[in-house]
Design a protein around this ligand. Sequence first.
Ligand SMILES: C[S@@+](CC[C@H](N)C(=O)[O-])C[C@H]1O[C@@H](n2cnc3c(N)ncnc32)[C@H](O)[C@@H]1O
Length: 218
Amino acid sequence: MRTKARKYADLIDHPRLIQPWHPRFASIAGQWRSSFFCPVERVVLELACGRGEYSQTLSGVDQRTGWVGVDIRADRMWHGIRFADEHDRPNMLFLRTIIHHLDRYFLPWEVDEIRIIHPDPRPRGADERRRLTSFRFLPLYERLLKPWGIVRIKTDHIWLYTYSMESFASHGWVCGAHTDDVDSSPLLADHHGIQTHYEKKARASWLSICYAWRTKPL
Ligand SMILES: C[S@@+](CC[C@H](N)C(=O)[O-])C[C@H]1O[C@@H](n2cnc3c(N)ncnc32)[C@H](O)[C@@H]1O
């Protein structure tokens, strides 16, 4: 078992982790498609990715897409990076940044899809700005996504799910589908059996898993 410090040390010069001293860090905006280790047609972000379990599985299922895990915690992304190395996934990269700064690293229309998987719920009213589906983030995603680009959110916090539905509606996001119990919904098929680290904890407490997707405003 590696310590947190050891994980950070392992990743100091890792080519899959775009962080401030990576040679491409300052110039990666607009260059994502050519930054993977293979040609890709689409770019999908897994925000607040932690270990990046969605990218781990889906990079194998859909090899024409480049999967980018985004988180501030490199020690969590270490697990996804190790997986990518061991399973030889040329279409997996990770970006270490706070999500508020996403538009420093992606140009408008550079992203095809955004997945937000079990984000921190930030229930305090004073923390609304930090919720990843708040008024602060939806316009940011709207700028980076292509026309018809979509955002997916999965959470075990029912009130964050309700909040997110209202936030999407008030910002004009349309179409899509949603469920407050993904296990009893046909939308379960969107997940390829993936349960992340935090989702497993929620399921151990018998919490139901909410899921929704919405298309960006035209
Ligand atoms: C509750 S964990 C979920 C991790 C993973 N998606 C899962 O389901 O196991 C939330 C993650 O979001 C990251 N995070 C929270 N706010 C962030 C922000 N503003 N910018 C970057 N990462 C953030 C944390 O470091 C943490 O890894």
